[in-house]
Design a protein around this ligand. Sequence first.
Ligand code: CAA
Length: 284
Amino acid sequence: MSEVKTVAVIGGGTMGNGIVHVFAMNGFDVKLVETKQEFVDRAMNTIDKNLSRMVSKEKISEKDRSEAIDRIQPHLNIPGAVMEADLIIEAVPENFELKKSIFEEVDKHAPDQAILASNTSSISITKLAAVTGRPSRFIGMHFFNPVPVMKLVEVINGLDTDEEVTKSIMSISEKLGKVPVPANDFPGFVSNRVLMPMINEAIFCVHEGVAEPEHVDQVMKLGMAHPMGPLRLADFIGLDVCLDILNVLYDGFKDPKYRACPLLVKMVDAGKLGDKTGEGFFTY
Ligand code: CAA
């Protein structure tokens, strides 16, 4: 298996810029793909801000910061970014049609031996792989927010993922200072199959008047040592994203235990999506 040196990341949003950050900081050449210059600028500013915070905390040197920034090459189109990439990671919003059109284009222009990966948190890896002509070289590489801080990479094998590709992605994740954990492709993989029912149950506690949001969170923080309570975490992830993932679990397993709490549905309908809109279970 040839060594991965150049990585293209499609999407510079919260997850994408975090992924670019960790690859650049660990010596990889990174091509950051966005659709508009203003999105490129926003992603680069965020990466610079997060790297500078690490410098001020003496976790990395100023030289590390500037070298990492220099390793990032922004692109406004997919063909130019992927044609010399060894690994292409897609980190765009959770919309199958959008991801499908991106992977069709990536597949056309990326070298034959390149690995294609998706950071999806809920869409089937097998289904995404099937839109390309190389399902054996397709894999899930699921990072966690905030990417520079969270240690886990959930590595998801599609039905046809080659064992060599899994090994390569596990080893690259370790080079990023992360801990890769393998899983097979089922709705929600492991992370969201376990996390989302907990968040949903916390919302049911509020919905049924068991406790106020801050009290639900206090129970889980102080009693179970969670760094954030489940409702604070739901706001952080985005209530729309939580609802989408619960719907994927519900549709995928046809099991009522994954039914989204009506309060979650109502809050999403009201546009109260958490941190990104300034209001969710808490205000920001
Ligand atoms: N880049 C770099 N460093 C960052 C950062 C970023 N974007 N965000 C935070 N940090 C660093 C801070 O600088 C700080 O560093 P020190 O320890 O050196 O001081 C450290 O992380 C902790 O940050 P804070 O002191 O600001 O705040 P905190 O102690 O409350 O921690 C947190 C913040 C790391 C987010 C913590 O609350 C936490 O772990 N929360 C749970 C997050 C979680 O569960 N994420 C997964 C969400 S699910 C997901 O992403 C995937 C999905 O499929 C839905």
